[in-house]
Design a protein around this ligand. Structure first.
Ligand code: HEC
Ligand code: HEC
Length: 198
């Protein structure tokens, strides 16, 4: 192969790489700059929200598509939470994609979970949220390894209608407080890619 042919080949590979990168919506490097304000809460291990008290969710390693959807829901005030609404209100769609790409890229290795007893209530959930809450569908949040108190808080918010989602509203309305604690305990006990971005 002569030098010219190698150069042409390389140019082709580079072009293909550029095209595939530009197809991914978010730019994690840009996102890292935007993420600085977020780290005050999402970068502090076991940080809690007060009134009511529950852990600030782990978002490192969460699906990019889901993070963008969550940020848009706060920005449009469809999802309630004054601080997150304020944080999202300054972000453009592109900013959201960039910051989501950054947090999604920080996921950890998924180690094997200790033996966890089957939870019959979780069977339906896993058709959408994946085995043990390891979601393989980008629109569906990963639940494995999320804080138990946050999972409980979100299920109660869907049930009360504070958090609106036709699918989850339907499932949560059928759950008792006891069901919710069991499900939150079950999914948080699994190992997953979710991390605090510290
Ligand atoms: C003052 C603390 C604080 C700051 C700063 C903050 N967040 Fe949050 N964030 C929270 C809390 C608390 C929640 C849970 C709110 C709820 O119950 O809906 C949350 C929820 C989220 C969620 C939803 C997670 C899920 O699993 O649904 C995303 C995504 C998110 N934040 C991204 C960000 C980004 C991006 C920034 C920076 C631009 C940011 N947050 C800044 C406290 C904060
Ligand atoms: C048909 C698919 C489907 C099923 C079944 C389902 N979910 Fe969901 N779930 C979703 C989607 C989509 C979202 C994101 C909704 C949104 O944006 O608020 C979600 C969100 C959640 C959240 C919020 C996570 C976060 O990070 O804020 C929790 C907790 C949850 N589901 C738990 C459950 C549990 C427990 C069950 C079983 C009782 C269940 N889900 C069944 C699709 C499903």
């Amino acid at each position: 192969m002569n030098v010219m042919r190698i150069k042409l080949l390389l140019a082709g590979i580079l072009l293909a790489t550029v095209q595939s990168t530009s197809m991914a919506a978010g730019n994690a490097e840009q996102g890292e700059k935007l993420a600085e304000t977020c780290l005050g809460c999402h970068g502090v291990k076991h940080y809690v929200n007060t009134y009511p008290t529950y852990h600030v969710p782990r978002i490192a390693g969460q699906h990019e598509t889901y993070i963008v959807a969550a940020l848009k829901a706060y920005r449009s005030k469809q999802r309630a939470h004054p601080t997150m609404q304020a944080n999202a209100s300054d972000l453009t769609d592109q900013n959201m994609e960039d910051v989501a790409a950054y947090f999604a890229s920080l996921g950890g290795e998924v180690g094997s979970s200790a033996k966890i007893a089957d939870e019959p209530l979780a069977t339906t959930c896993m058709t959408c949220h994946g085995t043990g809450g390891l979601s393989t569908i980008p629109t569906n949040p990963t639940l494995a390894g999320q804080y138990e108190s946050y999972l409980e808080q979100s299920l109660k918010a869907y049930r009360s209608g504070d958090r609106q989602n036709p699918i989850m509203g339907g499932f949560a309305s059928a759950l008792s407080d006891e069901d919710i604690s069991k499900l939150a305990e079950y999914f948080s006990a699994h190992n997953g890619p979710l991390r605090t971005a510290d």
